[in-house]
Write a protein that binds this ligand. Sequence first.
Ligand code: GTP
Ligand code: 3PG
Length: 265
Amino acid sequence: MSSRNIDNKSKRTEAYNTMWALLPLKDFVQAKQRLAGTLTVSERRGLFHAMVEDVLTVLAAHPSFERIVVVSDDPAAQLLAEHYGIDCWSERELGVSGLNAVVSAALQKMAGLQLGLPQVTSAMVVHGDLPLLGAQELNTLIDQHTELMKTHSSAVTIATDRHGRGSNILVCDPARAPTLAYGQDSCEAHYAAASAMDLPAQILALQGISQDIDTREDLQHLLSMAPTSAAERTLTYLFQAGIAQRLQHLQSGPANTSTPVWSAV
Ligand SMILES: Nc1nc2c(ncn2[C@@H]2O[C@H](COP(=O)(O)OP(=O)(O)OP(=O)(O)O)[C@@H](O)[C@H]2O)c(=O)[nH]1
Ligand SMILES: O=C(O)[C@H](O)COP(=O)(O)O
């Protein structure tokens, strides 16, 4: 059970809207495969851990979430959940594997919970690779979703990536979730799935949330940004591990080389 306390007076969600956050996290050593040519295994793990901490710091401090749930079998996720006073559900106990099946099972569990708590009406599914997630953008996202819920009891809001293709954050009613289609072009697929269920849906492009870190180019873009108080743990890790210096040194080189850049430097 979560030990996180929330101040009901500062909640943005309306009384009829009980919102939980859901953060699916795959095994940390398996994370960020698209960075395999850029970072060592241990660096990918370290980067992922730092990004998840940035995300959890913002979520845990935000007053709108009744509860925050991490879904993972990695012991590191369990430790983070304890540190942030949030819940950790085991993927193995949900009895499924793969992102779509895991999120779908977690939403079903959420919708069916009878804990004497208010029924969960909105689940915000957040990815772990969003170091630039910030409270202001969460406010915008929640306000826009709440607006849609004023006229429809169930709705879907997608905060997409900077290419307009991914679903970096997806908000839905856990009891009426669209068929999940994480993977290629999931933003369009989730929007279409919502429409097929007659659920009102909207797609938002929010600057910080849109910048998920999947590729070397994403990392270089993050490092080239003006100093920011966001992504604190991620940027600290990138500099302390020497990754930032290495990538800046290689900035002028080709972005997609077959030689791992961590072995070339
Ligand atoms: N619990 C759980 N989370 C997952 C699983 N697959 C992906 N995720 C999480 O879902 C989010 C999006 O993941 P992906 O884009 O599939 O993987 P990634 O590690 O970000 O990047 P790549 O390995 O390069 O594809 C991340 O927060 C992942 O940790 C899974 O099988 N189980
Ligand atoms: O549908 C998506 O958004 C992707 O499966 C997961 O996001 P990522 O590839 O940007 O990590």
